[in-house]
Design a protein around this ligand. Structure first.
Ligand code: NDP
Length: 309
């Protein structure tokens, strides 16, 4: 019997317990999954940073911590954790992000707001350009960024992606490094942030980089709040240099009611809903990783603790 500890907010148990059981059964894994186990008998920890578990030292026989979230900033620098840490790469979450990003990109590309807010008898045609004439840049070309890049490229946008290490993807201009960032921002009429939150990515979008964007660019951030220097973005929005920012993630969540983003006419706030881990597909990913661990194979999606993601 494999002992697995479910260490996430207790309200997640009701949904995850049956889905994980199904996924374990499908792979023929005999797993005793509980919300509490004696630490010294636990083989795997299914974890979410909203759990109260912070000290991993008593889990002496544990083989891996399997995170339910894609972002690992809530656990990656925990010094008591010396085990392999796998992050969540969930096909359901990826689909959700592609849909959210595509939807918000199309809103701005087509200028839908104009028609939604102008039901006032004014017949004023504004024909949007074709996607082929609108440059889209994605910062962060990982699991989510790459999937969004492919979807937007499929819709006809010229897509540029930027990452830490070099990449290749058919039909997509892939850039890296600081010169690459400059080039990527220069063509970003719509800019999408899908970087992780690490010390190296904090304030990626600061005043200097905002000034590199074409005038009237749109910013869409489903990545993480600290990627943006909020004061610099608000100033760029006030000047009209940035036409609109659609923001899903913030330095403080929930976004405080008095935060200037809420009332800003050029800002859309969504409450960190761009894409959630989907219980069924995520459970399959967890089961697959446990199966790999039991077979002595390397775990999937292991976090590079030094890089922070
Ligand atoms: P990945 O780890 O697969 O991809 C991260 C990408 O960012 C990689 O392309 C990586 O480069 C790049 N990157 C990291 N650091 C740097 C850097 N210093 N400079 C340039 N590029 C860098 O992550 P995912 O795609 O799975 O997820 C991305 C983020 O999306 C998550 O960390 C999370 O914060 C956010 N997220 C938000 C959700 C929401 O609902 N709002 C839901 C899920 C995720 P390289 O390829 O070279 O390693």
């Amino acid at each position: 019997m494999i002992n697995a500890l479910f260490a996430a907010h207790p309200d997640r148990w009701e949904k995850y317990a049956p889905a994980l059981k199904d996924a374990f059964d499908t792979l023929g894994l005999k797993v005793d999954l509980r919300q509490d186990h004696a630490p010294d008998i636990v083989d795997y920890i299914v974890y979410a940073p909203n759990s109260t578990l912070r000290d991993f030292t008593p889990y002496t026989r544990c083989k891996a911590v399997l995170n339910l979230w894609a972002g690992v900033e809530g656990i990656v620098d925990n010094v008591t954790l010396t085990l392999p840490l796998a992050r969540m790469v969930d096909p359901g979450m990826t689909r959700g992000m592609v849909e959210w990003v595509t939807g918000h990109t199309m809103r701005h590309h087509l200028g839908m707001d104009r028609n939604i807010t102008q039901q006032n008898g004014t017949w004023e045609p504004h024909v949007p350009p074709l996607a082929a004439d609108r440059g889209v840049t994605i910062l962060g070309m990982g699991q989510l960024g790459m999937a969004c890049a492919r979807a937007l490229s499929g819709l006809g946008f010229p897509v540029t992606g930027w990452s830490r290490t070099p990449k290749e993807a058919e039909g997509i201009t892939c850039l890296h490094g600081s010169d690459g960032l400059k080039q990527a921002l220069g063509t970003a009429e719509i800019l999408i942030l899908l970087l992780p939150n690490t010390p190296a990515t904090e304030n990626t979008l600061n005043a200097t980089r905002l000034a590199m964007l074409p005038k009237g660019a749109f910013v869409i951030n489903p990545g993480r709040g600290p990627l943006i220097d909020d004061d610099a973005l608000l100033a760029a929005l006030d000047r009209g240099d940035i036409a609109h920012a659609t923001l899903d993630v913030f330095r403080v969540e929930p976004l405080p009611v008095d935060h200037p983003y809420w009332a800003h006419p050029r800002v859309t706030v969504t409450p960190h809903i761009a894409s959630e881990t989907r219980v069924k597909t995520a459970s399959q990913v967890i089961a697959e990783n446990i199966q790999r661990g039991e077979a002595g194979n390397a775990f999937l999606h292991v976090v590079d603790r030094k890089a922070g993601y």
